[in-house]
Every structure is written in structure tokens, then in C-alpha cells.
Design a protein around this ligand. Structure first.
Ligand code: GTR
Length: 372
């Protein structure tokens, strides 16, 4: 009943009323061009590849996005991969000086800004840790798929779609979260063909708005076996009906392009929603979902994020899988790794090495259980 009736019903609600409907077929062709590679990146720890995605629409319009991939060296078999967008360009995720700046940098960056420089966000990217754990990591700047501003839709992949209109949005038309999620699936398309990647062990991970995106991507694309939300908050893991921290009125006012226009109906009106975010997490089952919170990130409602992960457990039980054991949120730095994962750490809204350690431990558990 869950698979035949309730899951499709919920998926339809999230599509029609929150993120917008992902087009069934976009008729966008993608070609991959290896623009750089380095077999001895990170002091020999990894092979680095930079792959330019060339998108072409049926209408002849084109678009480009740049993927950065690190694959651990010295492992004889295919490896799992963590796919995760970055906020400020591939070049900000590491100090390695051969990483090419992401194409849409110039469009987004304000003059004189200290952001966007090489290595600026490296603390959020525990590449070495992941590589030593035997994981590949693939990243792309999310602005490459849809520059994150309501005025910049025309620079996104959207104009490649025949039905695209710049000024008018249908009530259920996908917002940028939906478009970014589509982009995650295009990265999965590429990785499936990559010789050293184990396509049965693909993980999608995102922070904050990109955590919302990772969840939506993971729900729709079953190739992602572990779906990780880092501090995703409102419109991500946090329950909307608690109306704690960021709410629907604020998020839709500040970021009108993220969701479909129909989501505005629930602004100041969460109680009327026929669904809530725990049901989004449940749509990942029987694959694995992980929610992480930060103590000082009250804007994202850590308790609402936890409860959502807890209530998703009801669907995991249908598969004889184990959800989180108690409605009571665990203490700081006490990760819970059942078939659903959760941790809360000290500190602010961010991605830290501690978060990566927890994710890698959880993924190890999931993937080694599969091999047995
Ligand atoms: C905030 C927004 C959050 C979260 C965050 C981020 O401004 O209110 O929903 O997505 O941005 O992405 O860092």
C-alpha cells in the first residue's frame, strides 16, 4: 500500500505544492569533456579529474557546468562516491592550485569580495578524510546549474527547455531546488559511467539550501543509496508545522525562486499543509537517510530536524528497518546510526570535519552490510 498508493501520493504533493514538478523528459543532451586531470593530486592520494558538462537543448541552446572529481589512488576495486554541490566554486573547496574556477563565478561574485577565492571554503571539504576512507568525492558549483538569484534564471539550464518563459511561472513549476536536484542526477549519470566508481554506492550530501536539494534529489533518484542532509532546516529536514526558526513566509519571501509558486499558499498557514517534511525523508526508504543538526543553528530548528528523522522511521519499519529509537533528541556528539542516521554537534551552521567523520562511518556501515 505504501509503495503503490501512499508514496506516489506524497511524491505528487511535494512536487505539486513545494518543489515543483520535475519535467519527465527535458530532451537535453549532455556531453562530457575531460578538461584537466592529475593522477597525483593531494600529494599522490588521489586522481583528480575536471569534467566539463556540455548541455544542449532541443532548441539548440547550450549550457556548461564543471565537475571536480577526486578518486582515491591505490584501491584495486571500484569505490563509493559522495556527490555534493559547493557554494562558491570548485576552486574554493581546496587549496590545490590546479582546480579550475567554476564557470559562473563572475556572474555571482561581487567586486572586491573575499569570497570565491581558492581554498576559502576548504574547511567544509574533508577530501583527505574521505579519500583515506576509500571514497571518491565529486563536486560542482550549484550556480553552474542555476545561479542562485530570482533574476538569473536566464543563465540557468532552464532556457534549454522548449517550454521556458523567463517572466511567468506556473503554480507547480519547479523552483531552483528542483533544478539543482535535476543537476545532481546529471552528475550521477556521469559517475555511473566512470570506471573507478561503484555505481551501487552513490551518496548525495548537501548543506543548508543544498541539504534541501540533496533530500529532494535523493527522493527522486533511487541511484542515491545514502541521502545526507546537513543543517537543511526549513524546506529540508525540519518539520514545517513546528513553525520554529525559519518559516514558510520568510523563506518564500527571501528566496522566491527556490520553491514552486504554489508553496506560498502555506505562508503563515503551515497548519493547512496536508504533508510535512518527515514524509519527505520517508520517501527515501528503503534506502538510507541521514540528518545532521548544529546546536547553534536554531534558524534551522535542530529539534524539528530530529523529530522529522524520527517520524520517518514509521515507513522504515514497514521494510523491517530500524528508525531512530526515541522521540528524545540525542545529546551533542552522540551520533545515532540505525537505518536512519542522526547527529547534532556543537557549533554553528556549517559543515565540519566532525560531520564528515559521522557520514563516512554511517556510509561504511551501510555499504559493508550490503556486501555481506
Ligand atoms: C539561509 C536560509 C536557509 C538556508 C541558508 C543556507 O539564508 O534562510 O533556509 O538555506 O540560507 O543555504 O545557507
Amino acid at each position: 500500500q505504501w509503495e503503490k498508493k501512499r508514496r506516489p501520493e506524497l511524491l505528487r504533493m511535494f512536487s505539486e505544492q513545494e518543489y515543483g514538478v520535475t519535467p519527465q523528459s527535458t530532451d537535453i543532451k549532455v556531453k562530457y569533456e575531460l578538461v584537466a586531470s592529475n593522477p597525483k593530486a593531494m600529494s599522490g592520494l588521489a586522481t583528480q579529474k575536471q569534467v566539463l558538462f556540455h548541455f544542449t537543448g532541443k532548441n539548440g541552446k547550450t549550457h556548461q557546468a564543471l565537475l571536480l572529481l577526486y578518486i582515491p589512488n591505490g584501491i584495486k576495486e571500484r569505490v563509493p562516491v559522495i556527490v555534493s554541490y559547493n557554494f562558491h566554486g570548485n576552486q574554493t573547496t581546496t587549496l590545490e592550485d590546479d582546480v579550475i574556477p567554476s564557470p559562473l563565478n563572475e556572474l555571482m561574485k561581487s567586486e572586491g569580495s573575499e569570497k570565491w577565492v581558492r581554498g576559502e571554503q576548504a574547511s567544509r571539504w574533508s577530501y583527505e578524510l574521505a579519500l583515506r576512507h576509500g571514497y571518491a568525492v565529486a563536486t560542482m558549483n550549484y550556480h553552474d546549474i542555476f545561479p542562485d538569484s530570482p533574476d538569473l534564471r536566464k543563465f540557468s539550464i532552464l532556457p534549454l527547455l522548449p517550454e521556458y518563459k523567463n517572466d511567468l511561472r506556473e503554480a507547480n513549476e519547479w523552483g531552483s531546488i528542483g533544478v539543482w536536484a535535476w543537476g545532481y542526477s546529471r552528475i550521477a549519470d556521469y559517475l555511473e559511467k566512470e570506471k573507478w566508481i561503484d555505481k551501487n554506492c552513490m551518496v548525495v550530501l548537501g548543506h543548508s539550501r543544498l541539504g534541501k536539494t540533496a533530500l529532494w534529489a535523493g527522493v527522486q533518484d533511487k541511484r542515491f543509496k545514502v541521502v545526507i542532509s546537513n543543517d537543511s532546516g526549513c524546506g529540508g529536514a525540519a518539520l514545517s508545522k513546528r513553525v520554529f526558526g525559519e518559516n514558510i513566509a520568510r523563506i518564500t519571501a527571501n528566496f522566491p525562486h527556490w520553491f514552486c509558486p504554489a508553496f506560498n499558499i502555506y505562508s503563515e498557514n503551515e497548519a493547512a499543509m496536508p504533508f510535512d517534511q518527515h514524509e519527505l525523508l520517508a520517501l527515501v526508504a528503503p534506502r538510507h537517510v541521514y540528518v545532521a543538526s548544529a546546536e547553534d543553528d536554531q534558524w534551522a530548528d535542530p529539534k524539528g530536524e530530529y523529530l522529522s528523522a524520527y517520524y520517518a522511521g514509521q515507513v522504515y519499519h514497514l521494510y523491517n528497518m530500524q528508525g531512530l529509537p526515541s522521540e528524545k533528541q540525542p545529546a551533542i556528539h552522540q551520533p545515532l546510526h540505525y537505518d536512519i542516521g542522526y547527529h547534532i554537534r556543537s557549533g554553528k551552521h556549517d559543515v565540519t570535519e566532525y560531520d564528515w567523520e559521522c557520514y563516512l562511518d554511517f556510509c561504511d556501515k551501510v555499504f559493508s552490510a550490503k556486501k555481506e
